[in-house]
Design a protein around this ligand. Structure first.
Ligand code: NAP
Length: 297
C-alpha cells in the first residue's frame, strides 16, 4: 500500500537504533494485515527524549516501541502507565489515543510466550536463575513471579546490591509465593546455583532447571564474551534462554550446548513482545508467523 495522506505512523525510539530488527518485523506484519501504516526507526539521544515524546503527540504518531536507554526515563512523560509496567519500572510500548499517551510493558508476554511456544516449556522448573538486574531482568522476574508457578528465583548480577534490591522488591510483590534471592555473577556462585549434585555426588533439589540471560554480554560486536565462562556449570537437564538475538548463537549458548543443555536465543521473545505491541496499537491479532519469518530470514 502506497504512503498517502492517511498513512498511520508507528515506530521505535532508542539510542543507537540502526541495529534494530523491529522495523523489518513490524512492516512485514503491517503488509500482511493490509493496513495503510508504516513503522519507522527514530534515533533519539537521551537529551532529546522529552522533545521526541512531545513530537509523538504533535505529529499524532499512533504508537512507539521504546528501547535502550529510554525504557525507564520515558515513564515520566506519559499520561498513564499500566500497573504491570509500573511494577516493573519500565515501558517498552506507548499508545497515543487523541494525544493521551499510555505506557505498557510487553516484555512480560514476550518472555512467557517465548518459553512456552519457542522453548516448548509447558511447565517451568521449580527454580530459575536470571542473569542481570536491569530492565529486561525486571520484566522477566515479574513475569515469572506473577504468572507462573516458579518457586525459587536467583538473580545474579555484576552489581550485587542491585540484584538484592530487585529480589527484595519482587519477593514482596510475589507475597512470599516465590522465594527470590540476589547474588553476585561470579563463577563460584553460578556453579553453586546450577549444580544438581551436592558434596559426595548426592542429589540435591536446589539446582536450577532454567537459566535466562538478561545481560547484553555476548551481544554483537562482543561475540567472544559470555556472562558464564565455565561450561562445566551446565548439565543436560538445564535449559538456557538467552534474550540476545544477535548473534543467533551466542557464546553462552554454545557453552551450554557443549554440555548437553538445550539453548534458545531471544528471537522468539522479540517476536512475541512485538506482536503484543502491534495488537495494542491496531486492536487486531498480529500475524506472529509473518513476524517470525521476517526476523529469521
Ligand atoms: P540494562 O537495563 O542496561 O541492564 C543490563 C544488565 O546487564 C545489568 O544488570 C548489568 O549489570 C548487566 N551487565 C551489563 N554489562 C555487563 C558486563 N559487562 N558484565 C556483567 N553484567 C553486565 O539492559 P536491559 O534493557 O535489561 O537489556 C539487557 C539485554 O536484554 C540486552 O542484551 C537486550 O538485547 C536484551 N533484551 C532482549 C529482548 C528481546 O525481545 N529478546 C527484550 C529486552 C531486552 P550492572 O547492574 O552491574 O550494570
Amino acid at each position: 500500500m502506497e504512503i498517502d495522506g492517511s498513512t498511520t505512523i508507528v515506530g521505535v525510539i532508542g539510542y543507537p537504533i540502526a541495529h534494530s530488527l523491529s522495523p523489518r518485523m513490524h512492516n512485514a506484519a503491517i503488509r500482511a494485515l493490509g493496513i495503510n501504516w508504516r513503522y519507522l526507526p527514530f534515533q533519539v539521544a537521551p537529551e532529546n527524549l522529552e522533545k521526541a515524546i512531545e513530537g509523538m503527540r504533535g505529529l499524532a504518531i499512533r504508537g512507539l516501541n521504546v528501547t535502550v536507554p529510554h525504557k525507564q526515563a520515558v515513564m515520566r512523560f506519559l499520561d498513564w502507565v499500566s500497573p504491570e509496567a509500573s511494577a516493573i519500572g519500565a515501558v517498552n510500548t506507548i499508545l497515543n489515543e487523541g494525544k493521551r499517551l499510555s505506557g505498557y510493558n510487553t516484555d512480560v508476554e514476550g518472555i512467557l510466550a517465548a518459553l512456552q511456544f519457542g522453548a516448548r516449556l509447558e511447565k517451568l522448573p521449580e527454580k530459575v536463575v536470571v542473569l542481570g538486574a536491569g530492565g529486561a531482568a525486571r520484566g522477566i522476574v515479574y513475569a515469572l513471579t506473577t504468572v507462573t508457578d516458579v518457586k525459587y528465583i536467583t538473580i545474579l548480577n555484576r552489581t550485587i546490591p542491585k540484584a538484592e534490591r530487585l529480589a527484595a522488591k519482587m519477593e514482596k510483590m510475589a507475597k512470599e509465593k516465590t522465594k527470590i534471592e540476589g547474588k553476585g555473577l561470579d563463577g563460584e556462585t553460578v556453579r553453586d546455583e546450577l549444580r544438581e549434585t551436592g558434596p559426595g555426588g548426592c542429589e540435591t533439589t536446589h539446582g536450577a532447571g532454567l537459566v535466562i540471560n538478561a545481560t547484553p554480554v555476548g551481544m554483537y560486536p562482543d561475540v567472544d564474551c559470555s556472562p558464564i565462562e565455565d561450561s562445566s556449570a551446565f548439565h543436560p537437564r538445564l535449559v538456557l534462554y538467552d534474550t540476545i538475538y544477535n548473534p543467533k548463537e551466542t557464546k553462552l549458548m554454545r557453552l551450554a550446548r557443549s554440555q548437553g543443555a538445550k539453548s534458545f536465543n531471544g528471537l522468539d521473545m522479540l517476536v512475541y513482545q512485538g506482536a503484543k505491541s502491534l495488537e495494542i496499537w491496531t486492536g487486531r491479532k498480529s500475524p506472529v508467523e509473518v513476524m517470525r519469518e521476517a526476523v529469521m530470514s
